[in-house]
Design a protein around this ligand. Structure first.
Ligand code: ATP
Ligand code: MG
Length: 265
């Protein structure tokens, strides 16, 4: 079922409708193993909906996806076993501490208690969460919550990580430490990282490949130099320009905001 040529993630006409709206429209995307893949797109483009379907939180309306060769529809447990997830809405138990929450998740993945106890302190240290001590999650800042979710996604050393806006609200020191850890996981263990972001600089520096989704459809996929070339932009064009060109974005007429900007219409 699975060998090194099997893509880490493959979607097949993956589609999700909400009433009249097609949030994800026949998405065909293939992400090889051992890469950091950035999933970019404007607000409401369908990034989180795609992630929710692939990780088994939301049933597709049509199509399917394969994670490490396992069909999300027929082998959801095989999929869940192999993945770690930082979702858009962090579902944490407010009355636990970070360490307790991570332990709970570790147990759900079938790790034994001694191994969990060994893994938690360095994980908390890397995330600069060790100071959180015995505080309950209800008293955490947004960044601390995100880091707790990150620790939960990493405790079982997953084969594939799905991160929805992972660095949003995380400070630059921790961002650097997390990025270094993720890069080592990719280099040494062949982990695949699939993450969504709006931060172009992050995508540019951190991703091996990117996919751009717009209105539920894949507008471009490949390495950043490939996408730049396809958008007929020069080699030094920033990713922001590639992104805007690929999604066909136009700058709104600021004249109507004259009451705010002071610019005459
Ligand atoms: N549960 C839902 N019910 C109805 N519509 C939904 C639901 N979830 C998402 N949508 C719609 O689907 C579209 C895609 O939403 P999605 O959350 O996937 O976007 P996104 O690319 O993650 O955006 P953002 O960058 O803002 O996080 C949007 O138009 C959104 O309003
Ligand atoms: Mg989203």
């Amino acid at each position: 079922m699975q060998n090194n040529a099997t893509p880490a993630i493959q979607t097949q006409n993956l589609t999700r409708r909400f009433g009249e709206l097609t949030a994800v429209d026949k998405l065909n995307l293939s992400v090889p193993r051992g890469v950091i893949f950035g999933f970019l797109g404007p607000n409401g483009a369908g990034k989180s909906t795609t992630i929710h379907m692939v990780i088994g939180l939301l049933p597709p309306t049509a199509g399917t996806a394969y994670v490490s060769g396992f069909d999300i529809l027929t082998a959801p447990l095989e999929v869940k076993r192999r993945i770690g997830v930082v979702p858009e809405n962090l579902n944490l138990y407010e009355r636990l501490t970070a360490a307790e929450q991570i332990e709970l998740v570790g147990r759900l993945y079938g790790l034994d208690r001694a191994e969990i106890k060994r893994r938690i302190p360095p994980l908390l240290e890397m995330l600069e969460l060790d100071d959180a001590g015995n505080k309950m999650i209800i008293d955490y800042s947004q960044g601390m919550r995100k880091k707790t979710a990150m620790a939960c996604a990493l405790i079982h050393a997953p084969e594939i990580l799905f991160l929805d806006e992972p660095f949003e609200s995380i400070d630059p020191i921790s961002t650097r430490a997390i990025k270094a850890t993720l890069r080592e996981m990719v280099e040494h263990r062949g982990t695949t990282i699939f993450f969504s972001t709006h931060v172009m600089e992050l995508a540019e520096r951190f991703c091996d490949q990117v996919g751009i989704i717009n209105k539920g459809q894949l507008a471009g996929v490949g390495s950043i130099p490939d996408l730049r070339e396809r958008a007929s932009l020069p080699p030094d064009a920033p990713l922001e320009d590639v992104f805007l060109r690929t999604v066909g974005a136009e700058v709104a007429d600021q004249g109507l905001l004259d009451w705010l900007t002071g610019q005459a219409a």
